[in-house]
Design a protein around this ligand. Structure first.
Ligand code: ADP
Ligand code: MG
Length: 506
């Protein structure tokens, strides 16, 4: 059967779609066109050099996996990069580049000029091909982390500190972790730990907070900093899922002793997302044992969770009581000033200039979590590159609108009303009623705010659905919620929790 480049690329896209968030998929993969398939090399056309660099930096593993699945291990991928689109007088100019090996080898470059005799306008960038120093942008996409091959420590117990695989991502540092009221306590505790791991009062450190607020970044930054300060220490980062999988494997292979011994050698254990240990009794038992032994011998333990430890359902009481020995610090949704600092820093790290009004617009409108904010920044850079435009307010607005249209479309007002009513233990009727009782009115404002945030419905219609109120009531409700959210930490927490519930409903 003759393989056809369109069909092959279509299958690759199916695989890629499974791995990357919808928005990233639309931004980075939808604009790609398959061009040819020859000698088992698939050539894909990418619209700009920037696209190529981004794909290589963030999605090289995913692409490799898709190509392997479709073309077998000898299959290769080549980019045809549109460097100059051309016009009536000039033919387009493209550059063909082989994709790098996921291990981070430099790409093999072969110029291919389909047009006039220009000089090569796109010298191979020293930053491309996964160079760890390339830019801070590595932390923009968690997609690439997801497919980092997970080594199974108990099978590879090389505990020579020089060889030891910490599983840390070097991109996560304190330098690029922006400080704000939202994370100050956790961040300073982390910095203290990095100076004296195991010898502060913060053992264990439990960092908790909603999704995308910087738990993984912070705890990995602590690990990286410890490694820089004390190269002889064994620092290990694992997710609870990895820990569980390894433990189950060890059980199957009668290897639990090795598994445990391996963990007992570690000087600093970072275990991410412990909420996933819920209900896994045997794994928890083993973790409890490891935890006690490490703690007794002055080793540092750092954990993250998506909710306060006391609300972790399905975690044994004796394990929870251990967490109280150290410090539990939360990370909140960043306030406006921190969001501005994040936008400024991330854009300037990318070498992109952004007018203040755009920074203000983004910081005001993307206020749920930092991952989402980063997603918007990436799309904005990609759109600017794609359209060869500078970033201005208009482009920022269009980008945001497109993102919200594609990601928020399934949330209905009925859903929002139900979630908010349940949360405040009210009925939907009460929420829509005329009553001005303070509690009910406040819940109503929140529901109106979410309706405005999450649906495309005109304000007038939103008002109608809340017992026939007019559009200015909706505007006022949203303003009130935003203001309280900025000024009141408890209120912010409520909005944060509700936002998460809305996300789940999507
Ligand atoms: P969580 O683990 O809480 O879900 P992450 O640590 O994965 O969140 O953070 C999501 C994204 O936001 C990452 O790319 C991270 O680098 C970025 N990020 C989070 N907090 C900050 C911060 N304070 N400064 C800069 N970037 C941040
Ligand atoms: Mg995380």
């Amino acid at each position: 059967m003759v393989k056809n480049c369109q069909a092959i690329w279509k299958n690759c896209l199916e695989i890629i779609k499974e791995e990357v968030p919808e928005q990233s998929f639309k931004t980075w993969f939808a604009p790609i066109k398959p061009v040819k398939l020859q000698d088992n090399v698939l050539t894909i056309e990418v619209p700009t050099p920037f696209f190529y660099e981004w794909l290589e930096e963030h999605y090289v593993y995913i692409l490799k996996r898709a190509i392997d699945a479709e073309l077998g291990p000898s299959g290769k991928l080549e980019y045809s990069i549109v460097v100059d689109k051309g016009d009536a007088n000039h033919q387009p100019f493209t550059l063909n580049v082989r994709n790098s090996k996921p291990a981070g080898n430099k790409p093999v470059i072969s110029t291919h000029q389909s047009g006039g005799a220009q000089n090569n306008p796109f010298p191979p960038s020293p930053n491309s091909g996964g160079n760890a120093n390339s830019s801070s942008s590595g932390n923009y996409t968690s997609g690439a982390n997801k497919i980092k091959p997970i080594s199974s420590p108990f099978e590879l117990p090389d505990t020579d500190p020089a060889q030891f695989d910490t599983q840390l991502n070097p991109v996560y540092t304190f330098d690029n972790y922006i400080e704000g009221d939202c994370n100050r306590l956790a961040r300073s505790a982390g910095m203290a730990i990095a100076k004296k791991p195991g010898f502060t009062a913060f053992n264990p450190l439990v960092v908790y907070g909603g999704v995308g607020l910087g738990k993984t970044h912070l705890t990995q930054a602590i690990g990286n900093e410890i490694k820089a300060n004390f190269p002889e220490k064994l620092v290990l980062y694992v997710t609870s899922d990895q820990f569980t999988t390894q433990f189950i494997e060890a059980l199957k292979n009668n290897n639990v002793q090795n598994f445990t011994n391996f963990y007992l050698k570690v000087d600093v254990l970072i275990i991410d997302d412990i909420q996933f240990l819920a209900g896994k009794e045997k794994t928890q038992e083993n973790f409890f044992h490891i935890f006690n032994r490490l703690h007794q011998s002055g080793r540092q333990i750092i954990m993250t969770s998506d909710c306060p430890p006391r609300s972790l359902q399905g975690l044994q009481e004796r394990l929870l009581s251990r967490f109280k020995w150290g410090l539990t610090a939360d990370i909140q949704i960043p306030d406006y000033e921190t969001r501005v600092a994040i936008v400024q820093t991330k854009m300037s790290n990318e070498g992109v200039e952004v007018p203040n009004e755009v920074i203000d617009y983004l910081a005001r409108n993307v206020d749920s979590n930092i991952r989402e904010l980063e997603g918007v920044l990436i799309s904005l850079i990609a759109n600017a590159s794609f359209m060869r435009k500078d970033i201005d307010l208009e482009l920022a607005k269009t980008t945001l609108l497109n993102i919200f249209r594609t990601t928020e479309k399934e949330i209905t007002i009925e859903f929002i009303q139900q979630v908010v009513a349940d949360y405040f233990k009210l009925s939907v009727e009460e929420l829509k009623s005329k009553t001005r009782k303070k509690d009910i009115a406040s819940a109503r404002q929140i529901a109106m705010y979410f309706s405005q945030q999450y649906t495309d419905m005109p304000l007038k219609m939103i008002g109608d659905r809340f017992g026939g109120r007019d559009h200015s009531t909706v505007v006022h409700a949203s303003k009130t919620v935003i203001k309280k959210n900025d000024n009141d930490a408890i209120y912010r927490k409520i909005i944060n929790e509700l936002t998460e519930m809305m996300q789940v409903g999507k």
